[in-house]
Design a protein around this ligand. Sequence first.
Ligand code: DAH
Length: 339
Amino acid sequence: MKNKLEAIQKEFDERLSLAVSLDKLEELKVAYLGKKGELTSILKGMGQLSPEERPVVGQMVNTVRAAMEQKITEKTEQLKAEETAKKLEAEKVDVTMPGKTKKSGSLHPINQISDEMKDLFIGMGYEIADGPEVEFDYYNFEALNLPEGHPARDTQDTFYITEQMLLRTQTSSVQIRVMENKKPPIKIICPGKVYRADNVDATHSPIFHQIEGLVVDKGVTMGDLKGTLEVYAKHMFGPETKIRLRPHHFPFTEPSAEVDVSCWTCGGKGCRMCKGEGWIEVLGCGMVHPDVLRRCGIDPEVYSGFAFGIGVERTAMARFGVTDMRQFFEGDTRFLSQF
Ligand code: DAH
């Protein structure tokens, strides 16, 4: 019996030394000290012993049990401590390391200018209108008094999808779409992308942005147009800004004008910014041509209107002092983060 106990203890010690997890320790505990464990089975077999032997063996079993329990407890504590140490090591934070910073982005300067203009016109009671960038020839040219073969089409060559469909060259196409669907009073702006078969240089890009404006109602005059543009110019370029309307030709407005604003850098004296002119051209405008109104089912004897088209890149270049339009499209964050 004594030999058997010693063998059990020896085997226990070996297995204990190999146990490297709390789960394994639990297994050992069950295997040796549990109800069906090795020691219990010895106790159960004590019936066969003589009355003299029984207390001796009982004593021995108890000593072995106490030793085993003690060892398991010790090893449990040791493993727990090791686990905690490992965890602490893994979760160690070096508070002297530099922190991780996230750079926040910013609105693209074109969007900033566009949003600013939208806010201004919405404040004056305009609604935002929208139209497709892939447009029918009819809306982009024909309905705007630019029939096939019209020489003014040459300055707005574009990318044709089919004979009748193209990438719009101007947001003026939206004027027609709006007037076809809505009767006066009309007061809309349409911000959007336009396309032209232009080569890229410092002041040209095959894709750029415009904001179109259209007001149609009874009794709308050129004075209303000029007043509106004055508000626009002062808002965008400063309260001292003056505007100048130069007669021009656009097929869909009559009369038409190009609009200059007094140079915001020199106040009109002439400087590098305005190339010595004192004035900088910012948009085209005019009174909506009666034929255009008539084509959209609006009687020009009853209603009149004005329209304007603003170049967003040009305005952004002016406002931010950017001299090369290409920078807006290169996506270089060193450039973009300045705005
Ligand atoms: N669509 C013209 C362009 O892209 C700009 C323009 C001129 C728009 C006169 C207008 C306007 O609405 O009345 O060159």
